[in-house]
Design a protein around this ligand. Structure first.
Ligand code: HEC
Length: 171
């Protein structure tokens, strides 16, 4: 029940995220904030118990195609995964539900197996706070991201497993 409530909350919210990406500075490693990320499709939601944040992991079109064809290890070139993070709180309307409040940051992993060979075929970027300030002073921040994704090296450095959805076939 509780999980379902959280899921529905996240899905609804993901559909209504209004976010202007105009005039946002590039990440120090040259990655521009993808303009349309808020309309990408859901890969999976997640909740961090250690810091009380709710996340949705979204994927661009190439990511969705990879998921549908089961080609997620390795993820193909052209895939971009986004992770949107919000502070979480107990819903004032329903004690059992945990809902997102303040926007914390949005992070991306961009796949190009040749260009980013030294970091497992991925480049990383992040924008923090509602003003979407690029994360990192210089390109070296990428090492920090890549280092923490090492535990899932065998899954192409991606923690998130696409959440199962039943096939919808109308009669
Ligand atoms: C302290 C460890 C840690 C650091 C540092 C870190 N990540 Fe992650 N990242 C994770 C974990 C754990 C997940 C799994 C999903 C979650 O957070 O809910 C994740 C998930 C992601 C995802 C969704 C795809 C996936 O792997 O599941 C993206 C995109 C991402 N991180 C980008 C970044 C970027 C960009 C940086 C650096 C600015 C970064 N990460 C630094 C631990 C880390």
């Amino acid at each position: 029940m509780r999980t379902a409530a959280i899921l529905i909350g996240i899905l609804t919210l993901a559909m209504f995220i209004v976010c202007s990406t105009e005039g946002v500075e590039r990440s120090p490693n040259g990655i521009a904030l993808p303009q349309d990320f808020a309309s990408w499709q859901l890969v999976a939601p997640s909740y961090r118990t250690d810091n009380g944040t709710i996340r949705t992991i979204l994927g661009n079109k190439a990511a969705q195609e990879a998921i549908l064809s089961g080609k997620v290890n390795p993820w193909p070139d052209g895939v971009i995964l986004a992770k949107i993070v919000w502070k979480a709180q107990v819903s004032p309307d329903w004690q059992g539900a945990i809902i997102p409040t303040d926007f914390v940051h949005v992070e991306f992993m961009v796949k190009d197996s040749k260009l980013y060979r030294e970091t497992g075929g991925w480049d990383f970027a992040g924008w923090v706070g509602k003003d979407l300030e690029p994360y990192g002073k210089d390109r070296s921040f990428v090492e920090e991201c890549f280092a923490c994704h090492q535990p899932v090296k065998s899954r192409d450095y991606v923690f998130t497993k696409p959440a199962f959805l039943p096939k919808i076939e109308t009669k």
